[in-house]
Write a protein that binds this ligand. Structure first.
Ligand code: NAD
Length: 486
C-alpha cells in the first residue's frame, strides 16, 4: 500500500505520532493509500524549519536566483507531468483530460507567472518638497512576510495549493502546507520536486492531517506562522480568522460561492448552453467558481432548459483514466451525503426535477464510488435553501427573468460574491450588468478563463483580499517605505 508522508525540512517523515489515516478512491471507495498524520510536534518542527530557512541560503538569494529556482520547479513539474496527472486522478477521481489540460498545467504556471511578476515589478517612489527647499525622496522596498501557513481544499488540490505556494516563494517567504486530508498526493510529489531542483531545506514543508484538533489547527495557531492563506469553506475561514487574530497575523481567504449564470435571449445560444454546462458540471460541480443559480431571459427559457437537460443526460461516467469518460464522482462519501441531502431538500421544497436527482446505475466495480447524477431544478422561490446555500455539487436551479434590473437583483441576492458568468451579444448590456453584480470576477461569454496576472478573490462572504499578479505581492510581502532627506 502506498504511504504518503509529511515533508519536513527536506525529509519525508512519518512523524512522531506514527499514526496513519486512509485515503479512499472516490471511484470505488477502496483504500488506495495510507497518509501519515502530523502531530503537534511535527507541525512545530515544520514551522521551525521554515523559520530557520528564512535566514539561511534561501533568505540570502538574490531575486534572480530565486526566480531561477522557481523556473526549475515549474520545469520539473512539467518533466513529471504524468506523475502529477496520475496522482491527482487517484486523489480526486476526476477525468484525465481535466487534469491534463486544466489543473496540472496551472500548477507549473503558478510558479512561472509569479517568478516573472517579482522579476519585473517596479518599486513605488515619490519625491517631495521640504521647507528648506532641498526635498526628500521616498521609495518602497518589499520584504517577505516570513513563514506562510497554506491551507488548501480538495476540489482542485494541486492548482489551488500552488496558487499560494508559487507567489509565497517568489516573494522570498517559506511555507508550511496543510493539504486537504482528502487529497494529499500532489503536495507530497511537490516535495520530491523541491528536492530534485535543490530547493534549500525548510523552504517548502507539508504536514498532513485534518482541521480541528489536527494539523490545520496546529498550524493556524502556531505563533511562528506570520501569515495564513486559506482556500475552503466560509465556515472554516471564520475559525481560521479567529486563530489568526492571536498575534495579529495577516490572512488571505478564498471562500465559498453561490454563483449566478445570466443568459440573455440575444446570446449565442449554443455557446451559452455549452458555457453554462461547463460552469455547472465541470469537476462534478466541485468548483468554487461554478454556477449553481442560472437565470435565463424568458423568451429562450424553455429551449435553454431542454438543451442543458440533454447535455446533462449525455455525460459519460467512468474511471478517470478511461479517455472516453468525461464525468467523475464526488470526492467522498461524506460529501455525497451532503449533496444528496440537498437533492432531497429540493424536492421537499417543491422543485421540479428537470433531470437527475439521484445516483446513477454503475457497473459492479464502481458501485461503491461516490457517483451522483447531474441535476437540474426549476420552479423554486429564491428563498429555497438549494437556491441560497452552496451545495458544491453537479446541480443548478434555473429561473426565468424579464428585465436587466430584475436579473441584477436576483444575481446579487446572496451572501456570497465570488463570480458570475454572463452570456449576451449586446456589448453595452454586458458592461452595464457586469458592473452591477457584486462579485470578484465576472466573465462575459466565457467562464474560468484565467489570466494569472489579474486580481482574483471574492466579495461579501466569498473571501478577503485579492491574489494574482502584483495583487499577490500585497499579501506575501511587507512593504517598507524609506524616506531620504536630501
Ligand atoms: P474546508 O473548509 O472543509 O477545508 C479546507 C481546508 O481547511 C482543508 O485542508 C481542511 O483540513 C482545513 N481545515 C478545516 N477546518 C480547519 C480548521 N478549523 N483550522 C485549520 N484548517 C482547517 O473546504 P473543502 O471542503 O476542502 O473545500 C470546498 C470549499 O472550498 C467550498 O466551500 C469551495 O467554494 C471553497 N473553495 C473556494 C475557492 C476560491 O477560490 N474562492 C476555491 C476552491 C474551493
Amino acid at each position: 500500500m502506498q504511504q504518503i508522508k509529511n515533508f519536513i525540512n527536506g525529509e519525508f517523515v512519518i512523524g512522531s505520532a506514527n499514526k496513519f489515516f486512509d485515503k479512499r478512491s472516490p471511484v470505488n471507495n477502496q483504500v488506495i493509500a495510507q497518509i501519515a498524520e502530523a502531530s503537534q510536534a511535527d507541525v512545530d518542527a515544520a514551522v521551525k524549519a521554515a523559520h530557520t530557512a528564512l535566514n539561511g541560503e534561501w533568505g540570502k538569494m538574490t531575486v534572480d536566483q530565486r526566480v531561477e529556482m522557481l523556473y526549475a520547479v515549474a520545469n520539473e513539474i512539467t518533466r513529471r507531468f504524468e506523475d502529477f496527472v496520475a496522482a491527482e486522478m487517484a486523489d480526486t477521481g476526476q477525468p484525465n483530460h481535466v487534469m491534463r489540460h486544466v489543473f496540472i498545467p496551472r500548477g507549473a504556471a503558478n510558479f512561472k507567472v509569479f517568478a516573472d511578476v517579482v522579476k519585473n515589478v517596479a518599486a513605488e517612489s515619490f519625491t517631495m518638497a521640504t521647507p528648506d527647499g532641498r526635498g526628500a525622496v521616498n521609495y518602497a522596498v518589499r520584504n517577505p512576510k516570513g513563514v506562510v501557513g497554506v491551507i488548501s481544499p480538495w476540489n482542485a488540490p494541486f492548482m489551488l495549493m500552488t496558487w499560494k505556494v508559487g507567489p509565497a516563494l517568489a516573494c522570498g517567504n517559506t511555507v508550511v502546507v496543510k493539504p486537504s486530508e482528502e487529497t494529499p498526493m500532489t503536495s507530497a510529489l511537490l516535495g520530491e520536486v523541491m528536492n530534485a531542483v535543490g530547493m534549500p531545506k525548510g523552504v517548502f514543508n507539508v504536514v498532513n492531517g485534518f482541521g480541528p484538533d489536527s494539523a490545520g489547527e496546529f498550524l493556524t495557531h502556531h505563533p511562528m506562522v506570520d501569515a495564513i492563506t486559506f482556500t475552503g469553506e466560509t465556515r472554516t475561514g471564520t475559525a481560521i480568522m479567529k486563530a489568526a487574530a492571536e498575534g495579529m497575523r495577516d490572512i488571505s481567504f478564498e471562500l465559498g460561492g453561490k454563483n449566478a449564470g445570466v443568459v440573455f435571449a440575444d446570446a449565442n445560444f449554443d455557446d451559452a448552453v455549452n458555457g453554462i454546462f461547463r460552469s455547472v458540471f465541470l469537476n462534478s460541480g466541485q468548483v468554487c467558481l461554478g454556477t449553481e443559480r442560472v437565470y435565463v431571459e424568458r423568451p429562450i427559457f424553455d429551449k435553454f432548459v431542454a438543451a442543458l437537460k440533454a447535455k446533462a443526460e449525455a455525460v459519460k461516467y467512468g474511471r478517470p483514466e478511461d479517455h472516453g469518460s468525461d464525468y467523475g464522482p464526488l470526492i467522498s462519501a461524506e460529501h455525497k451525503q451532503k449533496v444528496m441531502s440537498y437533492y432531497k431538500k429540493a424536492v421537499d421544497e417543491g422543485a421540479t426535477v428537470v433531470t437527475g436527482g439521484g445516483v446513477p446505475d454503475m457497473p459492479d466495480d464502481l458501485k461503491d464510488g461516490h457517483w451522483i447524477q447531474p441535476t437540474i431544478w426549476t420552479g423554486l422561490p429564491e428563498t429555497a435553501s438549494v437556491v441560497q446555500e452552496e451545495i458544491f455539487g453537479p446541480c443548478c436551479h434555473i429561473r426565468p427573468f424579464d428585465t436587466d434590473e430584475e436579473v441584477i437583483k436576483l444575481a446579487n441576492d446572496t451572501q456570497y460574491g465570488l463570480s458570475t458568468t454572463i452570456w449576451t451579444t449586446n456589448l453595452a448590456r454586458a458592461h452595464t450588468v457586469a458592473a452591477k453584480i457584486d462579485v470578484g470576477i465576472t466573465w462575459v461569454n466565457s467562464w474560468f478563463l484565467r489570466d494569472l496576472r489579474t486580481a482574483f478573490g471574492g466579495s461579501k462572504q466569498s473571501g478577503i483580499g485579492r491574489e494574482g499578479g502584483v495583487h499577490s505581492l500585497e499579501f506575501y510581502t511587507e512593504t517598507r517605505n524609506i524616506c531620504i532627506k536630501l
